[in-house]
Design a protein around this ligand. Structure first.
Ligand code: PBG
Length: 327
């Protein structure tokens, strides 16, 4: 053992050498902060299933966006919590130019103009059955849904969204949305497609947060992907790029790092990951039970996304991480 030439531990000997040799670095600008918006004024509601996450009325939402911007976060992703009285089978409220999502986007663009706004395109916040599309005889209609989604995307863009993010997994929606945006003077609005979105149980806490879980009839397996499939994910991504997606998203995050890594190597578009509600909540609850250090685990997860090649990471821990990185 005495003549061992290579000693890897020399690379880790002191804090300064570890810092110099760090292959990846995290910045607040890597992070995108998801926010839930509700009606009312000066209202905030804790989300029971997501410790540390709240729903905010538009005025408080603006303050949160300001806080995020001040911490160096460059973009937020917005999710409306729609009054059940406004939900119907067709999700008509999605096509109301004065709906909560549109008003929230306008308010943020007026008050925090420097932060990017990503608006989710899907019908599930608005449908009484909780599906992302229109339903007929228990089937999710594809092409009819795509017509609604294109209209929804235009309204969100008109309200000021910088990026629209179709999270519905209907076929052909990226091409249709691109066309609709281009025909409505929204050529500069980008599309972040949820290109490979898996039918995941990790979305559970999110569905509680937006109030769609109680409503959801059945599951989303005829449009969201089978967690067993990676080759199919590459086809989904290739199609969305071909249809005009500016960036692609993989969702959930940690269980699908192989998909992120493979797509990064295979395609030349920026890749985003969604570190989803269930992934965040696991860390929070483990900390509440005294078995994990949330701060350190969060940063470790975020490095996983960076190693895999992500350009952006959507995480409910964005503010926490930005604060930690600032220290
Ligand atoms: C719905 C949508 C979902 C999420 C983002 N957009 C849930 C779903 O597909 O049922 C999940 C996000 C999360 O879990 O944090 N279009």
């Amino acid at each position: 053992m005495g003549e061992q030439v290579v000693r890897m531990r020399r690379l880790r000997k002191t804090p300064w050498i570890r810092e110099i040799l760090s292959e990846n670095r995290l910045y607040a600008s890597d992070l995108i902060y998801p926010l839930f918006v509700i009606e009312g004024e000066s209202v905030s509601q804790k989300v029971a299933s997501m410790p540390g996450v709240e729903r905010y009325s538009i005025d408080l939402l603006v303050s949160k966006a300001r806080e995020a911007a001040n911490l160096g976060i460059q973009a937020i992703a917005l999710f409306p919590v729609v009054d059940p009285a406004l939900k119907c089978a067709e999700g008509k409220e999605a096509l109301n130019a004065q709906n909560l999502a549109c008003r929230a986007i306008k308010a943020i663009k007026e008050n925090v103009p420097e932060i990017g706004v990503i608006a989710d395109v899907a019908l599930d916040p608005y449908t009484s059955h909780g599906h992302d599309g229109l339903v007929e005889d228990g089937h999710i209609l594809n092409d009819e849904t795509v017509v609604s989604l294109s209209e929804q995307a235009v309204l969100l863009a008109n309200a000021g969204a910088d990026i629209v993010a179709p999270s519905d997994m209907m076929d052909g929606r990226v091409r249709a949305i691109r066309k609709a945006l281009d025909c409505s003077s929204n050529q500069n609005v980008s599309i972040l497609s949820y290109a490979a979105k898996f039918a995941s149980a990790y979305y559970g806490p999110f569905r509680d947060a937006v109030g769609s879980s109680g409503a959801l009839k059945g599951d989303k397996k005829t449009y969201q992907m089978n967690p067993a499939n990676a080759v199919e994910a590459m086809r989904e991504i290739a199609l969305d790029i071909d249809e005009g997606a500016d960036f692609i998203m993989i969702k959930p995050g940690l269980p699908y790092l192989d998909i992120i890594s493979a797509s990064k190597q295979r395609f030349d578009v920026p890749v985003f990951a969604y570190h989803v509600s269930g992934e965040y909540t696991m860390l929070k609850l483990a900390e509440e039970h005294g078995v994990l250090d949330y701060d350190r685990c969060l940063i470790e997860c975020l490095f996983g996304f960076k190693r895999a090649g992500c350009s952006g990471i959507i995480t409910y821990g964005a503010l926490d991480a930005a604060r930690l990185l600032g220290n």
